[in-house]
Design a protein around this ligand. Structure first.
Ligand code: FUB
Length: 680
């Protein structure tokens, strides 16, 4: 009876970001990548910490997950496909589910995996089959006869023949029968070296000839053009650790001609490396592993990807592992720039949380002038998504950073000499209401964009002033809190609830206040005593874009339609890259009535205090430390006169997110809507 061993988890998890390592919430060793249905599927082994009672210093794996991706950036974890407790022939507590492989023949998926057998010692290799790459997989009742070893890999040749390779005191290869579950050919009775006195075992296939001396395992065989490649982890010198090496042949079972190294030993002495090589969307990719997330224990490894290139004669160029990896990252995603492409010598990175390394790293640009680059950032979708009349401030730069002294992070396009994209000042422990960062503490800061690249580019980050640590950075499209009023001919109406959404807003005027408790009536009379208007009847409505000088500031008026019933002044300031706290806002609008509308009241709410004038007459004051509450204050009875009525307000705030909402209500408390709102 066949045994269903696949557990398809109902919740698929998605991990985004392309950098190495590629999976960020679990260990993923021995990454075998395969392309099925135009997607990359990744079948790694799954290192876990050894449970109590098991050997603590050795590999420990109890199941397999499969992951898929269409862009090498977003990986979906399809959950467990095979678990040691459900393999009919396996030890349920063997924890030996080492490097697997999966191939597809005639629409059926064959998953090959090593595992500790219930009887006997060492490893056997089993097959589980499915009609989809992510399962559910059905496991054969017996392992493959004649295969005693680890690291199975299958080559499907162009003529439809299939070959199985595995490692067992060297690398062996054998033809598979059409059923993909049995070796095709004679088996030999062999006494395993070191197991003299034990019953002999049946071994199939042949040893691969032409490979260099030294420990070899993890065969991965593929064909490119007319060449067969046998690639394998190889310890090239006594006491060394594994490289990735390769040999070539005209024949799937050799003899092989050794060609050299694909990847040198990991410099940190992570003992193993294990890999696969696939072509995806025209690019050849090397999947391999490293113990990044477990620097002190090299039996917990994580999958990486880098590009691999061939010479015209088919030989392979050595691959230098990168942190950046492959895949193009949208500028709008969080860019983990600690996985940099290039950097100045002193640049470094460190774990954000050494107890939970899956939280990743931060980048340290330790001194003035330190720089790093981060390749393949795509701005295309961001710039294309902007409206044609895109206004300054539609996109902004945001970064989570830390500094010990005042510093500036400068982001350039392409290289250190490239065009400046953004400039983010980090003011350490500055006072007042200014955006500030506490010495040595993480803070998320934003900066306006100076220039937006159009396509795919490298970002160059450089420090000015002093050293900066960077957790991540991102380019964000602003939520559209406002639309610029482009067609003034079309009047705005109050919304369904009567709220007035069309306004001329003046850029924020500096008015530092640490607290809103100062907003007494007397304070406000003074603060609002010098409005940037001529007092009626000489009032002249400002024009959109018009600039005025107030104290030492030159401020512009903006004609906007608010997307929300409340006019989010804080967002308005933030989008302009201006001071958001400790400021005073002025707003004005025109109410056009076709007839007198008597007996109405203005109701308003604001964060913080505000004052309201209709046709030059003060009609409402909201003083004190205000929250924005709908209809918080109500004016006395008024008449909106036939023709133009000028409504204006001033809103002042200390440390708060300024906004206001305003409408007129009738005697019954119903919104008044029979007028037009204009800003000209
Ligand atoms: O992951 C366990 C073993 O480590 C693999 O099977 C070997 O190839 C080595 O990577």
């Amino acid at each position: 009876m066949k045994h269903t061993i696949s557990l398809i988890l109902s919740v698929l998890t998605l991990s985004a970001v392309a950098q190495n390592p590629i999976i960020h919430d679990q260990f993923t060793a021995d990454p075998t990548a395969r392309v099925f249905n135009d997607k990359i599927y990744l079948y790694p082994s799954h290192d876990i910490p050894a449970p109590v009672g098991k050997r603590q210093d050795w590999f420990c794996m109890e199941d397999y997950h499969v992951f898929s991706s269409e862009n090498l950036i977003d990986w979906t974890d399809h959950g467990i496909i095979v678990s040691q407790t459900t393999v009919p022939w396996g030890k349920p507590d063997g924890y030996s589910m080492w490097a697997p492989d999966c191939v597809c023949k005639n629409g059926r998926y064959y998953f090959y995996f090593p595992n500790a057998p219930k009887e006997g010692r060492g490893f056997a290799v089993g097959v589980a089959t499915a009609d989809k790459p992510e399962g559910p997989f059905i496991c054969e009742n017996r392992p493959i006869v004649g295969v005693s070893g680890i690291d199975p890999c299958v080559l499907l040749d162009d003529d439809g023949k299939a070959y199985l390779y595995w490692s067992s005191m060297g690398i062996r290869g054998a033809k598979l029968k059409d059923n993909m579950k049995e070796l095709d050919g004679e088996l030999q009775e062999v006494t395993m070296p070191g197991r003299e006195g034990m019953p002999p075992i049946m071994v199939g296939g042949v040893e691969m000839k032409g490979l260099p001396e030294g420990f070899k395992e993890g065969p991965f065989v593929f064909k490119r053009e007319d060449h067969y490649y046998l690639t394998f982890p190889w310890v090239r010198q006594e006491g060394g650790t594994e490289t990735l090496a390769y040999a070539m042949s005209d024949n799937p079972l050799g003899p092989w001609t050794f060609k050299g190294i694909i990847m040198a030993e990991h410099p940190n002495r992570c003992w193993t490396n294990h890999h696969s090589i696939v072509e995806y969307h025209g690019e050849w990719l090397l999947f391999y592993h490293h113990n990044d997330y477990s620097p002190r224990f090299d039996k917990m490894r994580s999958a990486h990807i880098d590009r691999i290139c061939f010479n015209p004669d088919g030989t392979i160029q050595e691959v230098k592992p990168t942190l950046r990896g492959v895949g193009i990252c949208a500028a709008t995603t969080r860019l983990e720039v600690d996985r940099f492409s290039m950097c100045s010598e002193e640049v470094n990175f460190a774990f954000k949380d050494s107890l939970n390394t899956f939280r990743g790293w931060y980048l340290s640009l330790p001194q003035k002038g330190s720089w790093s680059t981060y390749a393949d950032v795509d701005f295309a979708s961001l710039s294309q998504s902007l409206p044609e009349n895109s206004v300054k401030g539609d996109v902004y730069f945001v970064a989570n950073v830390r500094a010990n002294e005042d510093a500036t992070l400068v982001v350039r396009d392409g290289s250190i000499k490239g065009k400046e994209i953004a400039r983010l000042p980090i003011q350490v422990e500055s006072t007042g209401q200014r955006r500030r960062s506490v010495r040595g503490q993480w803070i998320t800061l934003t900066a306006p964009i100076k220039y937006l690249p159009a396509g795919i580019t490298s970002l160059c980050l450089k420090t000015e002033g002093a050293g900066i640590d960077i957790d991540w950075l991102q380019f964000k499209k602003r939520e559209q809190y406002f639309n610029p009023v482009t067609n003034k001919a079309i009047s705005s109406q109050p919304d369904a609830e009567g709220f007035i959404r069309r306004w001329l807003l003046l850029e924020p005027l500096d008015k530092p206040n640490r607290s809103n408790t100062v907003f007494t009536d007397t304070y406000l009379q003074d603060a609002f005593a010098a409005p940037p208007f001529h007092v009626e009847p000489h009032f002249v409505l400002p024009k959109d874009g018009q600039k005025i000088k107030v104290n030492k500031q030159t401020l512009a008026w903006h004609a906007i339609d608010s997307q929300h019933y409340n006019v989010k002044l804080f967002r308005f300031a933030d989008q302009l890259g201006m001071q958001t706290y400790g400021v005073l806002f002025w707003a004005v609008t025109v109410i056009d009535c076709t007839e007198d509308i008597p007996n109405v009241r203005l109701t308003a709410g604001s964060n913080g205090a505000s004052k309201w004038w209709l046709n030059g007459e003060e009609i409402l004051l909201l003083s004190g430390d205000r929250r924005m509450v709908l209809d918080d204050g109500v004016s006395s009875r008024l008449t909106l006169k036939k023709g133009r009525n000028i409504l204006r307000c001033a809103v002042i705030n200390g440390p708060g997110m300024s906004d206001f909402c305003v409408r007129f209500i009738d005697e019954h408390g119903n919104p008044v809507r029979n007028y037009q709102v204009n800003c000209h």
